[in-house]
Design a protein around this ligand. Structure first.
Ligand SMILES: NC(=O)c1ccc[n+]([C@@H]2O[C@H](COP(=O)([O-])OP(=O)(O)OC[C@H]3O[C@@H](n4cnc5c(N)ncnc54)[C@H](OP(=O)(O)O)[C@@H]3O)[C@@H](O)[C@H]2O)c1
Length: 247
């Protein structure tokens, strides 16, 4: 008896936000086992470059997950989807609460919460009922770090939807992976020296002694898609950075 099964080589996998970082690494794992993978993102050049790196049976679709018309255009041609991964990133919503404008917080929801929800709703009629959905949230949902109340609200809202959706949408499975800090192109906006110093500082206080790599998170997503006995779970992938220290 087994609780997991290999992704069939005929499986169709859609990775929204698959042209970079965690999404690209996830698409690469599925493509390597022969799945048909569709990666989406806004920038067609980034998508083409990522598809070339991923190889296998990978195709691209350019769309802005913040725009319902783009989403509808994608799903109109998407066909049946076995596994959906939503790895769209936002960049607004962080900072000290007293200085965080409501417009910035709303932009944070527009950049991540609403794209995830819009994609999931639009995908439902196309998802194989025995398939899976994996959302990529963030450890900020439940970490008590100053300056992350906005991110906690955005990612916490998504994470709190996972258990009820797993019950409501069964037998379709839905899970989330909640990463800690991961070295991806998302961090390119931070100057290199500052980024390295931040990563070094975090590595020193993280039980596994390093920040995450995109592949670490991709393997967690891949496992959740494989394992047909897991649903309604938010899986922390933080290297232990979110564990209580006892101090
Ligand atoms: N890196 C971290 O430290 C970290 C930590 C915790 C959680 N996460 C979460 O992990 C997920 C992936 O992040 P990442 O670090 O892999 O980021 P990334 O390298 O910046 O990749 C983000 C992907 O999403 C696409 N994307 C962004 N906005 C989009 C939109 N409006 N419509 C369609 N596609 C869009 C990007 O392509 P285009 O730019 O071309 O659209 C790209 O393919 C995000 O949800 C992020 O919040 C990351």
């Amino acid at each position: 008896m087994t609780t997991s099964q290999p992704i069939s080589t005929s499986a169709r996998v859609v990775v929204v936000g698959g042209s970079s970082g965690i999404g690209e690494a996830t698409a690469a794992l599925f493509a390597a086992e022969g799945a048909e993978v569709v990666i989406t993102g806004r920038d067609p050049a980034k998508l083409d470059a990522a598809a070339a790196r991923i190889g296998g049976r990978t195709s691209t679709f350019s769309m802005d997950a913040g725009h319902q018309v783009d989403i509808d255009a994608f799903f109109a041609t998407a066909g049946v989807i076995d596994h959906l991964v939503v790895a769209v990133s936002g960049s607004s919503g962080s900072g000290p609460f007293a200085e965080l404008s409501l417009d910035e917080l709303a932009a944070g929801f527009d950049g991540k919460f609403w794209p995830h929800v819009r994609i999931l709703k639009a995908a439902l009629p196309h998802l194989d009922s025995h398939g899976s959905v994996t959302l990529v949230t963030a450890a900020s949902a439940r970490a008590a770090f100053a300056g992350t109340a906005g991110l906690a609200a955005i990612n916490g809202a998504l994470e709190s939807m996972v258990p009820p959706l797993a019950v409501e949408l069964a037998p379709l499975r839905i899970n989330a992976v909640s990463p800690g800090v991961v070295d991806t192109p998302w961090w390119d906006r931070v100057p290199e020296a500052q980024r390295e110093s931040l990563f070094d500082g975090l590595a020193a206080t993280t039980p596994v002694g390093r920040v995450g790599r995109a592949e670490d998170i991709a393997r967690a997503i891949h496992m959740l898609a494989h394992n047909t006995f897991i649903t309604g779970v938010v899986l922390d992938a933080t290297g232990g950075a979110n564990l209580p220290t006892g101090r």
